[in-house]
Design a protein around this ligand. Structure first.
Ligand SMILES: Nc1ncnc2c1ncn2[C@@H]1O[C@H](COP(=O)(O)OP(=O)(O)OP(=O)(O)O)[C@@H](O)[C@H]1O
Length: 342
């Protein structure tokens, strides 16, 4: 079934329920929520203690009766009740009160390319917590492509790779529709996990989450390949703080497996495409979006593996919700979209 832009024009709010972050875009206002998809719960009383950034700050530092949970996993809501409570707290009271006065609040949500009906249903229920009476669902790949400014409605191929926390989605689009697409359960989290596991097994070091970013920089910097970089963490055996010298070439080998998953997905999508579209892509290149697109050097790695020019979108992490916002606000020319459901 096709959904036209008119339907999206009637929406007031757009939501992206990501595994790592939840984003809310308000029509004619912009991004009003961009916070971690986390909730801290008191397990004795069941009460919600904190959500978003505040819950993120508590992660790994809580006493036994407080748990920090992720109600969304891999772009799919796994705990509807918790996701509803989290979303209600993330959205400002004033905005929610204004929505309550609307008898027919319409919302738009972007969902992963292969979202099952049960995942679609869960997203609709979560948005119901904000008072949405009707929910339009749009494929994340289309929303992100629009958010990156790709000319998706034109009769020419554009390729988008959305690297999130839990998954990477790849698509070739033409004439406002998806020609070929793939989703792999490999994202920034899998890359981080491979690095953490490498340090644990090779250096007996547990890395704090803050230690990952400097290592990312060293890992992908072509000038620093094969050099050693200092990493501070906690000794697995003694629990004491320790600094080790880590060879970046060895860590690159450790992340090879998750990165191969992404490159394979790109290869499969290209093989599925008609030759004319692949020829377009050779000129136009690939657009990288999603939070993990900010991984320093990921674009160069994909460029070397595919031989195509790779560009990272401006603000790649918010492309999907901003794309939904652009469609809601009628900032793009009318076109046929390829929604997942009416
Ligand atoms: N500056 C950065 N450098 C490297 N990685 C980053 C950076 N900023 C965010 N990330 C990574 O991006 C990922 C989050 O991306 P994004 O916000 O697109 O996820 P999401 O939409 O919630 O996830 P998903 O699409 O899997 O549901 C995390 O794995 C995070 O580590």
């Amino acid at each position: 079934m096709t959904l036209c832009l008119d339907q999206l024009n009637r929406c007031t709010v757009a939501v992206d329920l990501g595994a790592a972050r939840t984003r809310v875009y308000l029509k004619d206002t912009g991004l009003v929520v961009d916070e971690p998809s986390l909730a801290a719960v008191n397990t004795r009383t069941g009460s919600l203690i904190a959500v978003g950034e505040m819950a993120g700050g508590m992660a790994g530092r809580t006493p036994g009766h407080i748990r920090v949970v992720r109600p969304i996993s891999g772009g799919t809501v796994v705990d509807i009740d918790m996701a509803q409570r989290m979303l209600r707290f993330l959205v400002d009271d004033k905005i929610r009160r204004a929505w309550r006065r609307k008898p027919m609040l319409r919302a738009a949500v972007c969902l992963p390319h292969d979202a099952e009906p049960i995942a679609q249903r869960a997203a609709v229920e979560v948005l119901g917590a904000l008072g949405a009476r009707k929910v339009e669902m749009v494929d994340t790949l289309i929303a992100a492509a629009v958010g990156c400014g790709l000319p998706v409605e034109q009769p020419e191929a554009t390729m988008i790779v959305v690297c999130g926390a839990a998954s990477t989605q790849v698509a070739v689009l033409s004439l406002g529709s998806i020609v070929a697409a793939e989703k792999v359960q490999v994202g920034g989290d899998a890359i981080d996990y491979a690095v953490v596991q490498h340090l644990r097994s090779e250096h007996e070091l547990m890395l704090a989450s803050k230690g990952l970013h400097p290592l990312h920089l060293a890992l992908f910097d072509p000038m620093r390949i094969g050099t050693e970089t200092e990493v501070r963490g906690r000794d697995v055996a003694t629990g004491l703080s320790r600094t080790v010298l880590v060879n970046t070439a060895h860590v690159r080998e450790a992340i090879h497996t998750p990165l191969t998953g992404v490159l394979d997905a790109i290869g499969r999508v290209l093989r599925e495409c008609p030759p004319d579209l692949v020829a377009d892509l050779a000129d136009r290149g690939v657009m990288l979006a999603g939070g993990s697109a900010m991984l320093p050097g990921l674009d160069t790695m994909i460029e070397q593996a595919t031989g195509m020019v790779v560009r990272v979108a401006d603000n790649p992490d918010t492309c999907s919700v901003v794309g939904l916002g652009a469609m809601m606000e009628g900032r793009i020319r009318p076109m046929k979209l390829d929604p997942m459901v009416s």
